[in-house]
Design a protein. Structure first.
Length: 432
């Protein structure tokens, strides 16, 4: 399907948005493999450095996440995505340049991780906001399934491409694929034509601090958003700690060659593609609430499989665990992502989603450092097992929340001042 064809079925410019995101994600998936390999194999990074690299990539969510959400709500999302992608491309370009000059260091990789992490923060926030502006509400599940399915597909291709690049050129030179992906994405954004979100004719300018506070209040007080955020934060802590050590586990514990490590990760990423494919029919068959809860309950035990092998002969168990985790996480993200885009008012979505992600992604820098320190003291495999256990406990906790008992996820929230609510700001309630 061409971008113009897809625009007729999904919305104005969705095809270009889809194509642009796919281009940047191919590069992202490639670099997410190449940078750890570059650090471990060529710069002899140990668990502590791997933890710091992971922490650097997610630290911007803690430092500027709330400000970013408010800023994205006040600017055209397409422009935000373009600027963020250009910044990320420029930062990544410095890695092969430093590699060719013989001056690449782990400190340099840390700075690049911080810069690209900050760019990703703004791009993700704007990306969530722009989808409902180019896609009709009734097509959000399918649109999100396509976008997350593409992300999962690139995660399948990325490690394989990365492994090939390590063999043919080098890990540093291979990052040019990521640079090219961001530039293609920038070009594609010219074809995206988002409609303007509705604005109040009498609305006065609001201070940045007030906007941030409003987003925090919505997330903290909403009985459905808050549990998802808390569970997501703890779950991501476990999964991030697990994946921080995955390359070291495959290379140093299972003693798999770097190029074959890419193959293992590529096979494991197939689960994400499967998850995107089954999300919509699963939600229609079971209901969005039951499907979301069931996927979380399956995801927890699946993570424990990843670190069961102690030799390369049983690496298929690791692959199976990666497939199951990818399928359940991506499928659940499709369902919950579409629900959030309908549930949260358009004028608040940037702030509310970014506030949620500050909590969810804010656990990741801590997870990276914790995993690195713990692995240094007790070993890579025991640490990964502990992190998988944290993720499993978080997933099971869904049954203790109001969401765990719902057949369907709730309808859109109502803002104060609308019929059927009281006028005391800034209280938000969910309901018809």
């Amino acid at each position: 399907m061409t971008p113009s064809d897809d625009s007729r079925t999904h919305g104005s410019g969705f095809g270009y948005l889809w194509l642009g995101q796919g281009a940047s994600l191919v590069g992202n998936a490639t670099s997410s493999f190449l940078i750890p390999v570059l650090a471990v194999v060529h710069l002899q990074a140990g668990p502590l450095w791997m933890g710091l690299l992971t922490a650097a990539a997610w630290l911007p969510w803690v430092v500027v996440g709330l400000v970013a959400g408010a800023l994205v709500d006040g600017h055209p999302p397409r422009a935000v995505i373009v600027v963020a992608n250009l910044v990320a491309a420029a930062a990544l370009l410095t890695v092969p340049l430093a590699g060719w000059a013989g001056h690449l260091t782990l400190g340099h990789l840390l700075v690049v991780a911080l810069t690209t992490g900050t760019a990703s923060l703004f791009s993700r926030a704007a990306g969530i906001k722009i989808v409902p502006l180019v896609v009709p509400p009734e097509r959000l599940e399918r649109a999100n399934a396509r976008l997350l399915g593409t992300e999962s597909l690139t995660q399948v291709a990325g490690p394989g491409i990365g492994g090939l690049l390590v063999t043919v050129v080098s890990a540093a030179t291979g990052l040019l694929v990521d640079v090219a992906g961001f530039l293609v994405s920038v070009a594609c954004m010219r074809g995206v034509r988002p409609r303007q979100a509705a604005r109040s004719a009498t609305a006065a300018p609001v201070r940045l601090r007030t906007q941030i506070a409003e987003g925090i209040t919505v997330v903290r007080s909403d009985r459905y958003l808050a549990p998802f955020v808390l569970i997501g934060s703890v779950s991501n802590f476990g999964l991030t700690g697990l994946t921080t050590l995955l390359v070291i586990y495959l290379v140093n514990v299972l003693e798999i060659d770097a190029s074959y490590t890419g193959l293992v990760m590529m096979l494991g990423s197939i689960g994400g593609v499967l998850g995107a494919l089954v999300a919509v029919p699963l939600a229609h068959r079971l209901g969005t609430g039951r499907a979301s809860t069931g996927l979380l309950l399956l995801s927890g035990p699946a993570a424990l499989l990843i670190t069961l092998p102690t030799s390369s002969r049983h690496v298929w168990i690791t692959v199976t665990g990666l497939v199951l985790v990818g399928a359940t996480v991506v499928s659940g993200n499709v369902i919950r992502g579409a629900w959030r885009q309908r549930y949260i008012p358009a004028r608040l979505i940037g702030r509310v989603v970014t506030t949620s992600q500050v909590v969810i992604y804010g656990a990741m820098p801590l997870a990276g450092v914790t995993a690195g320190l713990l692995a240094h003291e007790v070993g890579t495999r025991p640490t990964m097992l502990a992190m998988a256990g944290v993720h499993a406990l978080a997933c099971v906790a869904i049954v203790l929340t109001p969401i765990g008992r719902l057949a369907e996820l709730p309808p859109p929230m109502r803002e104060p001042g609308t019929p059927g609510t009281d006028a005391r700001p800034p209280t938000f309630v969910a309901g018809r």
